[in-house]
Ligand binder design. Sequence first.
Ligand code: PRT
Ligand code: ZN
Length: 224
Amino acid sequence: METQRLRIAMQKSGRLSQDSQALFKSCGLKINLREQRLIAHVENMPIDILRVRDDDIPGLVMEGVVDLGIIGENVLEEVQLIRASQGLPFEVKTLKQLDFGGCRLSLAVPEDVTYTGPQSLAGKRIATSYPGLLKRFFDEKGLGFKSVMLGGSVEVAPRAGLADAICDLVSTGATLEANGLKEVEVIYRSKAVLVQAPNPLSDAKQKLIDKLLPRIQGMQQARE
Ligand code: PRT
Ligand code: ZN
């Protein structure tokens, strides 16, 4: 499986795709992503871009199947917490926080519910796709709760009678508002990050990364 070409995983289609693509472009990578291919070859550098579900990226990087990946810190942290709870290690190197993909993981309750602090939710059912981050928050407060795991449509859970509250990603707040919910507590703030596989790479690959990083740095500074 060893390859001379640097392998980078990015989200195929979703909130991080366009910005990831733009990042590669601004680093000088010439890529033709128009085709619906899993792997895109960079024309002017020894790099292959792998386009996958965002949830697959932490595992691919951890296993060294790809050398680098772009992923939300929320997903990275959640995977780490879940693996730790199973006694499993999770080692990836965070090379750089990126200036896109910003969001927060927040608790939200129906608008008419009185919220005076996390203790208001003690013992309640909370729907989320991030049980690890949610549990850490309540553990730190010394409070118990019941986790309702939902992979999607978390925001409809209270109305559907599945949960008393939700813990979901928020950016503008429009989704919460449209579902009659109010944001009451931010439990985690996230941005996209560039991560690297834990094991040392070949000199050639490492040199290429060392060349790309300052370009990303420079570009982000110019955008500030
Ligand atoms: O198909 P795939 O599994 O790859 O994609 P996905 O559906 O799992 O992920 P996607 O594309 O929704 O999100 C990818 C990453 O983008 C997340 O892991 C976050 O790091 C980041 N991100 C930034 C967000 C948001 N902003 C965001 N607003 N991810 C999701 N949302 C959702 C949120 O879950 C809610 O449904 O958008 C809705 C809220 O948005 P507002 O603007 O109404 O508040
Ligand atoms: Zn996903």
